[in-house]
Structure formats: structure tokens, C-alpha cells
Design a protein around this ligand. Structure first.
Ligand code: CMC
Length: 390
């Protein structure tokens, strides 16, 4: 291929330099700006992690309060945007709604088109962080035919999202702190993951100078697939399909016979336990305990499936371990989030990662448009044949 390297699926290509997220897949390590994910999941909160990813350092008290106040100011969406929803079928997949409505934000904020101005980039980042949960909750409410709930600024970021999802005008909403903490953890664990498929999509779209709303919409589209963000939905469906612990061995045999994949298992980078999966398993246990669901059938099944796979040579040889999405579906389901919203939750959480990576790239003066090459395997030169002679 001359001077070019053929690297399909980018197994060995670094597409950029970055100072945001570090992964050591062999050791099972994940750090945001140098901080281990386990410490952030345990001691921090989502908005603080957002500040860290976007700006590079943890905020002090004044910076944290100011950031919360700025984000809170942007949580409402334009009334005109709310009318978009009527154009979708009620039974549209919420991810389809997300791709459309988030992209449409660029029609409302014309300053976002000038991406070379750092102040414009900052306000776009704040708008995205603030509005994506509102847009996501509206997609859910539209889907089930309930009234949209306006954001309530007295709540934390995660509480507010739960409020917009679950509250109705008829009753006062009181968030359960254990469930809020669990969702906060899910958000923190999914916030960034260096150059995965959706983030690389955002960077590639952004490398042309496209506005951030369009770029994030492209990231949402890439996230949707079952090999990426759709895995949490697929993993829960798989557990439901298996249905009973007694069927685990048969199901695993089907995986080994290559009939299907074990969803929530395996990772391009982790060839060891995904550190997010350990936190998720513990969170899963805490949530089920809080809800008196310790004997939850799907949780028991998931643990049995994990044990069986981890002791099987097929998985050992290929270094296949549970990833973050093996347990997250059970937690989301226990919180009351329907399966078709799982990937939307991932998109809400990942928005800050996409925005931070996009901002880092656009802010780099040496950045050029992304333009992979190809290995051409088509026909050699030939002359056009008129229709009558074909
Ligand atoms: N179940 C069964 N076999 C698997 C699985 C799996 N989940 N994942 C990989 N393999 C096998 C694969 O068939 C191949 O076997 P062989 O060498 O015999 O051909 C070997 O392991 C290497 O797999 P690969 O397809 O080359 O690995 P990849 O890096 O291209 O794929 C992956 C990574 C995550 C797409 C894949 O592991 C997968 O599809 N997992 C299930 C979906 C999933 O859980 N995705 C969520 C990833 S974490 C959340 C996120 O960041 O999006």
C-alpha cells in the first residue's frame, strides 16, 4: 500500500494525542485526567467529573458552585424545539429521537457555528451538558405519552434527570438517594473512554469544522449499535432470553459454537476485567438490596453466566471479561428505566466525554481534517458500456 498502513478497524492506529483519559487494557486501569475511575465513582459526583474532563482539574468549592449554576441555567430547551417531538411516531426508538433533536440544536444556537472562538465552544459545551438530559427525558415522556416535565433547579444534575423522567404534575417527586447514587455512578463510569467508535466519530466530524451539536449527534448515531452503546440493551435482552440459571450452560455452548456473542462481554482494549464492571457489579448489589430484590432472577443469572464464562477456556484464551454493560442493564431496570432508554442513558453520560474530546481537538492549532486512506480492491480501469450492450 505504498506509504500507507492498512489497519482495518484501527487495531493499531493512534488517531490523536489526548490528555483526557488513560486506559491500560492489560492491567484493567482507567483514569480520567489521572484520577482512577474507582476513586471518582466512590468519592466524586457527576458534575464534578464533567468539570474535570472538560477543564482538566477538579474544581474547588467556588468553581464547583459556579459550574453548577451555569449548567443549571441552560437546562431548559427552546419551546420551538419541544415541538419537534410531534413529528416523531410515538413508538420511535428514543435513540432515533436523540440523533435528530440533538443535531437540531445547531438550528437554535448560531454562535455554535464559529468553532474557532473558545468562548463559543465553552457555551456550546455547557448547553450540551445541560440540555441533553432534558432532551432524553422528553424522548421518554413522548414515547409513553406523558406530559414533559420542565427541569427543576433545586435538584442535583442526576436527581433532575430522574425527576424529568419519572415525575408527573400530579404528585410531588422525592428522589431515592440510593438510586440517585447508582445512576450517578453509571454516569461517571460512562463519561469518557478515550478513542472509542463514537468519540472517534465525533472527532472526525469535528475535524472538518462542523458545529458541536452536529458532531455530538454523529456520536449518538455511532453509539447506538449493539457492539458499542447498544450493548447494555442487548445484554439485558440476552439475560431475559436465557430466562433461567439452568439454561446458562446451553447458552454459553451456543456462544462457543459462534451462534451469537455474549453481550456485555469482551472489549477491544480491556484484556482484563473492565474496572467499570467491578464498580457496576457492586452498585447492582446495593440497588437490589435497597429495593429488596436481592434474589432478583436476572442478577443471579448474570452472576452464574459470569462465573461460567470466566472458567471456560473459550473466554480465557480470548481474554474475554465482563465489560461495564454486563451489569448496568440490571441496575437501570431496577431504577425503573425501560430497556429502550438504556443506550440513551449512555449517550447522556458520554456527552461530556464527546464534548471534552471535541474541544481538545478543535483547540489544537495543529489539528487537520481527518482523512483515512483505503486499500482499493475494486475493478481496474475499463471503458463505459452503453445500456443496450450490457
Ligand atoms: N462473545 C463471544 N465471543 C466474543 C465476544 C463476545 N462478547 N467478543 C469477542 N469474541 C471473540 C470473537 O468472536 C473473536 O473470536 P475468534 O478469535 O475465534 O474469531 C475474539 O473473541 C476476538 O474478538 P474481536 O471481535 O476481534 O474483538 P473486537 O475488539 O473486534 O470486539 C467488541 C470488541 C466489544 C465489539 C466485542 O467483544 C463484542 O462484540 N462484545 C459484545 C458487545 C459488547 O458488550 N459491547 C460493549 C463494549 S463496552 C461498552 C462500550 O464501550 O461501548
Amino acid at each position: 500500500l505504498g506509504v500507507f498502513t492498512y489497519d482495518p478497524a484501527f487495531f493499531s492506529t493512534s488517531s490523536c494525542t489526548s490528555q483526557i483519559t488513560f486506559i491500560d487494557g492489560d492491567a484493567g486501569l482507567l483514569y480520567y485526567r489521572g484520577y482512577p475511575i474507582e476513586q471518582l465513582a466512590d468519592k466524586s459526583d457527576f458534575l464534578e467529573v464533567c468539570y474535570l474532563l472538560l477543564k482538566g482539574e477538579l474544581p474547588n468549592k467556588a468553581q464547583k458552585d459556579e459550574f453548577k449554576s451555569v449548567i443549571t441555567r441552560h437546562t431548559m430547551v427552546h419551546d420551538q424545539l419541544a415541538r419537534f417531538y410531534n413529528g416523531f411516531r410515538r413508538d420511535a426508538h428514543p435513540m432515533a429521537v436523540m440523533v435528530g433533536v440533538v443535531g437540531a440544536l445547531s438550528a437554535f444556537y448560531h454562535d455554535s457555528l464559529d468553532v474557532n472562538n473558545p468562548q463559543n465552544r465553552e457555551i456550546s459545551a455547557h448547553r450540551l451538558l445541560a440540555k441533553v438530559p432534558t432532551i432524553a427525558a422528553m424522548a421518554y415522556k413522548y414515547n409513553i405519552g406523558e406530559t414533559f416535565m420542565h427541569p427543576r433547579n433545586k435538584f442535583s444534575y442526576v436527581e433532575n434527570f430522574m425527576y424529568m423522567m419519572f415525575a408527573t404534575p400530579a404528585e410531588e417527586y422525592v428522589p431515592n438517594p440510593v438510586l440517585v447514587r447508582a445512576l450517578e455512578r453509571i454516569f461517571i463510569l460512562h463519561a469518557d473512554h478515550e478513542q472509542n467508535a463514537s468519540t472517534s466519530t465525533v472527532r472526525l466530524a469535528g475535524s472538518s469544522g462542523a458545529n458541536p451539536f452536529a458532531c455530538i449527534a454523529s456520536g449518538i448515531a455511532a453509539l447506538w449499535g449493539p457492539a458499542h452503546g447498544g450493548a447494555n440493551e442487548a445484554a439485558l435482552k440476552m439475560l431475559e432470553e436465557i430466562g433461567d440459571v439452568s439454561r446458562v450452560a446451553d447458552y454459553v455452548q451456543g456462544v462457543k459454537d459462534k451462534k451469537y456473542k455474549l453481550m456485555g462481554f469482551g472489549h477491544r482494549v480491556y484484556k482484563n476485567m473492565d474496572p467499570r464492571a467491578s464498580v457496576m457489579r457492586q452498585t447492582c448489589y446495593e440497588v437490589l438490596k435497597e429495593l429488596n430484590l436481592e434474589n432478583d432472577k436476572l442478577f443471579q443469572l448474570a452472576m452464574e453466566l459470569e462465573k461460567t464464562a470466566l472458567n471456560d477456556s473459550y473466554f480465557i484464551e480470548r481474554k474475554l471479561y465482563p465489560n461495564v454493560d454486563f451489569y448496568s442493564g440490571i441496575v437501570l431496570r431496577a431504577i425503573g428505566i425501560p430497556t429502550n432508554m438504556f443506550t440513551v442513558i449512555f449517550a447522556v453520560a458520554r456527552t461530556i466525554g464527546w464534548v471534552s474530546q471535541w474541544n481538545e481537538m478543535v483547540g489544537d492549532a495543529e489539528q487537520k481534517i481527518g482523512r483515512p486512506r483505503q486499500l482499493y480492491r475494486g475493478a481496474t480501469r475499463r471503458d463505459f458500456v452503453p445500456l443496450a450492450k450490457r
